[in-house]
Design a protein around this ligand. Structure first.
Ligand SMILES: C[S@@+](CC[C@H](N)C(=O)[O-])C[C@H]1O[C@@H](n2cnc3c(N)ncnc32)[C@H](O)[C@@H]1O
Length: 221
């Protein structure tokens, strides 16, 4: 794991804060929760993707961005500090944490950011038209979610939507099979291009954390 991808937690009432340094000014302060499901902490893939956004490789100012499985909101909030108009989404139980983190960092936001419930596989009409970017960090980790997640990606993407999917390659248990299956299913409708490690943030990178740029396949003919 990259040098900077380590817990730098500070004790706080009911949770602990993860600071995420920014090139452009004060760090993001991301509250996490000691109790709760996997979305309550900032995962390494979120750090890597948030810091990749800061490299400027993808223009974000005034772009519409939607984050899936946002957890603490680290990635989406970083995008909003880079001028994007962001909707961070997750299950109902993560909304309180998302709202706290939006509030804590709102003085750093130069675009806009709001939180919404989006459960994979369910209706996405309220998120139309397709955003410019969909961001996902560490969202490929359990089998039952693969088909609903794929449906959401198909329903939400237009021909020009760029999906940035960051994930940690895991070698334990069912993880390799889940990753393999996800990319197999994805390739029916999408084209994938891995972003080389040299293009990730110089410090926040790791050989086992990948960023894949995903686009809808264009109709032939
Ligand atoms: C491993 S966490 C990653 C959180 C955050 N993106 C990060 O990297 O720090 C996976 C996230 O996906 C969300 N999630 C899992 N299943 C979901 C579903 N069916 N619909 C929407 N979100 C889901 C979880 O609530 C959690 O926040």
């Amino acid at each position: 794991v990259a040098a900077n991808v380590q817990p730098a937690a500070m004790a706080a009432a009911g949770g602990f804060v993860r600071e995420l340094e920014r090139r452009g000014g004060p760090a993001l302060r991301l509250e996490q929760r000691e109790a709760g499901d996997v979305g309550c902490v900032v995962w390494d893939a979120a750090l890597v993707l948030a810091k990749f956004l800061e490299t400027g490789a993808c223009p974000l100012a005034r772009r519409a961005v939607l984050e899936l499985g946002a957890g603490t909101g680290a990635v989406g909030i970083m995008a909003a500090t880079l001028g994007a108009n962001v909707t961070v989404t997750d299950l109902e139980e993560l909304q309180e944490l998302l709202l706290v983190n939006i509030e804590n960092n709102k003085h750093l936001v130069t675009g806009s950011v709001r939180a919404k419930v989006l459960k994979w596989g369910e209706d996405v009409t309220e998120f139309q038209p397709p955003p410019d970017y969909i961001l996902m960090a560490d969202c490929i980790y359990y089998e039952e979610s693969l088909e609903p997640l794929l449906k959401t990606l198909k329903d939400l993407t237009g021909p020009d939507t760029c999906v940035l999917c960051c994930y940690e390659q895991r070698t334990m248990g069912k993880n390799p099979e889940i990753e393999r299956r996800y990319f197999e299913l994805l390739q029916a409708d999408f084209e994938l291009e891995k972003i080389p490690l040299e293009k990730h943030d110089e410090e926040y990178r790791s050989a086992d954390i990948h960023i894949v740029n995903i686009h809808r396949k264009r109709a032939v003919g």
